[in-house]
Design a protein around this ligand. Structure first.
Ligand code: ZN
Length: 431
């Protein structure tokens, strides 16, 4: 560990209940109603039962003692991470399909070229498994991945997905989304619905500006409603200021009520719209309960890129305005080591750290920790995860430092993972 002297590692009893005393917890992930410190954290004691559940969360010094005591010495403790938007089937394909110019179009072309020889199930499974285990190793409890689902690509990816979900069932919560270009809903709706039902997946169209886009969006919503499917949409991942799929969706959901969960990812072009027009769309999305997922690292890489010119735009959507309007905004990792993004190691702390710096999420420093924990867990349907609260599973990350700024400065070095109340075995392997 570099920097100021870290706190000694936690020692936690191997069985039985215990009190974990003197934690600093980001207030946005706990129910504790206390004045936070300057970083948005509260001092707390928590009681963990023999079954690994959190029995209670108290303000510091308010415990009713009945178990052995573990002193946390004021360290940062965060809930486990949830990565709500990944592309595990594409991961680690950069070397076979590098992006020729770093643009979004370059990524699409490279991806298409890479799949000219179809990927087999075993190849996809091996890459997905390595990625998911890296995520798990860094403290991610849940991951939702888009899987290419156009007719020629779907079957092997989904078979690999099902193996992965089964093999890691004791470790991670894994969900899928059927990724397809919007036009396919007009031709292949039945096949896409069948995939969603078979793998309990969300319907995942990609919408970019096109002549028929409005009709495709209406059709997608009709299909989702008819079959009670959740929606997880790639929308306006572009720097074209006239790209307005998000506005079309906002108008649709504000005219009628949809029962299913709706998530829109990227929405990059919204930040290039005039403020008033953007705010009107944001207000409609908020009123309809639409969740937003921002992918800052990928969009910093792909957007605003003109060869030979210095980039002027960070590529992200208006997440501050969205959050202020009451929208659930999650931050996720997106592509890693493929033509859309050649970097990344599935550490959600790294994703969060990038997001904090790209989008100025440091006021206060721990104010957006819920965007990689509680909010994505809730959007994935796990209302009892991603938070530190009574009645939830004690699956958390303990950092050997007392401030959120140090957690980010030192990239969470020497973090310890507490899984259902116990230290995860093999902790020494963690950096
Ligand atoms: Zn994506």
């Amino acid at each position: 560990m570099r920097g100021p002297s870290p706190l000694p590692a936690l020692k936690i009893p191997a069985r039985g209940g215990y009190h974990l005393l003197d934690l600093r917890i980001p207030q946005c992930v706990t129910t504790l109603d206390r004045e936070p410190d300057g970083e948005g954290c509260v001092r707390a004691d928590i009681t963990i039962g023999a079954d690994g559940q959190i029995e209670s969360v108290h303000p510091r010094g308010d415990v009713n003692f009945r178990y052995p005591v573990v002193q946390a010495m004021g360290r940062q403790v965060w809930p486990a991470f949830f990565d709500i938007h990944a592309h595990l089937d594409k991961t680690a394909t950069w070397t076979r399909a590098p992006n020729p110019d770093g643009t979004f179009d370059g990524a699409i072309a490279a991806s298409r070229e890479a799949r000219r020889t179809p990927w087999g199930e075993d190849d996809i499974y091996a890459r997905m498994r390595a990625a998911a285990l890296d995520a798990y190793r860094f403290g991610t409890l849940g991951i939702r991945t888009h899987i290419d689902s156009s007719l020629s690509r779907g079957p092997s990816g989904w078979r690999a997905f099902e193996r992965l979900r089964r093999d890691l069932a004791g470790k991670m919560k894994i969900q899928g989304v059927t990724l397809f270009v919007g036009t396919e809903i007009l031709k292949n709706a039945n096949a896409l619905v069948a995939l969603c039902k078979r793998y309990k997946a969300a319907l995942g169209p990609v919408f970019h500006p096109s002549v028929g886009m409005d009709g495709e969006i209406r059709k997608v919503f009709e299909v989702a409603e008819a079959h009670a499917l959740d929606l997880d949409i790639h929308v306006d991942e572009t720097g074209q200021p006239n790209a307005d799929a998000l506005r079309v969706i906002a108008d649709l959901v504000s005219q009628r009520t949809f029962r299913q969960r709706i998530i829109c990812g990227h929405a990059c072009s919204l930040s290039l719209w005039p403020k008033d027009a953007a705010q009107s769309t944001i207000n409609k999305l908020s009123a309809a309960g639409v969740g937003i997922v921002t992918l800052p690292a990928t969009n910093l890489y792909l957007q605003g890129r003109t060869p030979g010119e210095t980039p002027q735009w960070r590529g992200i959507t208006r997440i501050h305005e969205m959050r202020s309007a009451g929208i659930d905004v999650a931050i996720a990792g997106d592509n890693r080591r493929d033509a859309f993004y050649p970097f990344g190691d599935y550490d959600m702390l790294d994703v969060f750290r990038d997001a904090v710096r790209i989008a100025h999420l440091d006021q206060p420093m721990a104010g957006w920790v819920d965007a990689v924990t509680r909010i994505p867990a809730t959007l994935m349907g796990y209302d009892n995860c991603g938070r530190i609260a009574a009645g939830t599973e004690a699956t958390m990350i303990a950092f050997p430092v007392s401030t959120a700024a140090e957690v980010l400065a030192f990239r969470g070095e020497n973090r310890q993972l507490i899984e259902r109340g116990r230290l995860r075995r093999g902790q020494a392997e963690l950096r």
